[in-house]
Ligand binder design. Structure first.
Ligand SMILES: C[S@@+](CC[C@H](N)C(=O)[O-])C[C@H]1O[C@@H](n2cnc3c(N)ncnc32)[C@H](O)[C@@H]1O
Length: 425
């Protein structure tokens, strides 16, 4: 097999994966997609992940470019082929002849008029130095997203539009300072037991990962539990939606008593693998939250609810790429029911830590306002974040943690929300 044909097989699979994500609203970690990827060798898997993820991240930039060069209406297959080819040529800086040749071959295979693909990509290749400067306007984002983010300030909108397509940095959380201090790789410290990994390394190849000294957890999602005063005074923790486990690992690493629940069998399996590696052995329940026994009380309930996940857009660019928008109304209803259930399972003076990896008003501030309006036995508590650490305190808003995808120490952090709700009567 010559080199060109080898590149063709990889790019055909890239096209197939992007097409399926778009058409069938699936994620990159879907079994079908992972099955296609796993048939390739390591070097090609890296290429596939790179092109698939970046094609989704740069889709608004590439669509803007397509609109400048193509005046006719195009089919889904043509659009996806152009999106991934332009991403490779303009934004990833790949050699254009290889990309154009493969795209022409894919066009033939897919019954797309290949002369059209060839002509458009050649023009774009010759203008690539100008096109790499393409910028976006907030109005070019999906309609549903603009409606849900009307309340963002112009600074927050600017932060989002300038950075939602950037590749995310990897943030690690260690069991304790002792494990952090022994870490063998370069890391930018965010606390005494966490930091951003500096070099791109496969985590499975790091000895201390295999030994169970740390796990991967975004800075934003680890920040709420880190910012609670005297966590040790609580005796019985419940994580209502625990899998794959990050928040519970933070509690377990402090030797506190926590029960982990999740509805999804597949995610529980993943969590058990993580727990085994980390050498934690807590009680696990596999129930829909509605079936948890309300007579068994806890004094701290972690509610990391299912949500639009829009705060993780850099890691999950599928959210914008899928042809269907997230079912926000359904999600908001589940979150509200989960909050009610948690309030019933909580001891007096206990705390609910409500979190979502979202910054949409309806899933965050509005959800909490609605809860407090209905349940007058609760009040909002403050997180313990020193205002002196400006980098961290910029994530706090109205006593809650609330941020669009942002930066800490020049590294990316997810968009996130967290609120502490104390049962006072
Ligand atoms: C945001 S994730 C939790 C992430 C987790 N806390 C962590 O730190 O790794 C939300 C979880 O809610 C679970 N979930 C969704 N609906 C549920 C339900 N009805 N009952 C219990 N768990 C549910 C999902 O399976 C998913 O694992």
């Amino acid at each position: 097999m010559n080199k060109m044909v080898k590149g063709l097989k990889v790019r055909r699979d890239i096209h197939e994966i992007l097409f399926r994500i778009y058409k069938y609203n699936i994620n990159v970690n879907n079994r079908f997609v992972q099955n296609i990827i796993s048939k390739h060798k390591e070097e090609d898997i890296r290429l596939i992940n790179n092109v698939v993820l970046n094609s989704m991240r740069y889709q608004f930039h590439t669509k803007k470019i397509i609109n400048q060069y193509v005046k006719k209406k195009i089919k889904d297959d043509e659009k996806i082929l152009l999106i991934s080819s332009i991403t490779q040529i303009v934004f990833l800086g790949f050699k254009e002849y290889a990309v154009v040749n493969c795209s022409v071959e894919i066009a033939k295979y897919k019954n797309i008029y290949h002369g059209f693909i060839n002509a458009v990509l050649k023009k774009i290749s010759s203008d690539k130095d100008k096109l790499i400067k393409t910028t976006l306007n907030y109005n070019e984002l999906p309609h549903w997203f603009k409606i849900q983010t009307k309340n963002l300030t112009s600074n927050e909108k600017k932060l989002f539009i300038d950075s939602f397509f950037k590749e995310p940095n990897l943030h690690l959380v260690f069991k304790s300072k002792k494990e952090f201090d022994k870490f063998e790789e370069k890391i930018i410290k965010t606390s005494e037991n966490s930091g951003f990994l500096q070099n791109k390394i496969k985590i499975e190849e790091i000895v201390s990962y295999r030994e169970g000294n740390w796990w991967v957890q975004d800075f934003s999602s680890s920040f709420p539990i880190r910012s609670i005063t005297k966590l040790d005074k609580y005796k019985k923790f419940l994580d209502m939606c625990a899998a794959p486990g990050g928040k519970s690992f933070q509690i377990l690493s402090r030797n506190l008593n926590i029960t982990l629940n999740d509805k999804s069998k597949a995610r529980i399996k993943l969590m058990k693998n993580n727990l085994r590696r980390l050498k934690f052995n807590p009680r696990i329940i596999n129930k829909n939250f509605e079936n948890l026994d309300s007579d068994i009380k806890f004094d701290f309930i972690i509610l990391d609810a299912p949500c639009s996940s829009i705060g993780t857009i850099r890691k999950n660019p599928e959210i914008f790429f899928k042809s269907k928008e997230p079912k926000i109304t359904e999600l908001v209803e589940i979150q509200s029911k989960m909050l009610k259930k948690a309030s019933e399972m909580l001891e007096l003076n206990g705390i609910i830590l409500y979190m979502v990896c979202s910054f949409l008003y309806i899933e965050t501030e509005h959800q909490i306002k609605d809860f407090l309006d209905k349940a007058n036995s609760f009040r909002l508590e403050k997180f313990d974040v020193s205002p002196k650490i400006f980098e961290h305190s910029k994530l706090i808003k109205n006593s809650c943690i609330l941020t669009v995808p942002n930066y800490i120490l020049d590294n990316t952090v997810d968009g996130y929300f967290a609120a502490l709700l104390k049962k006072i009567r």
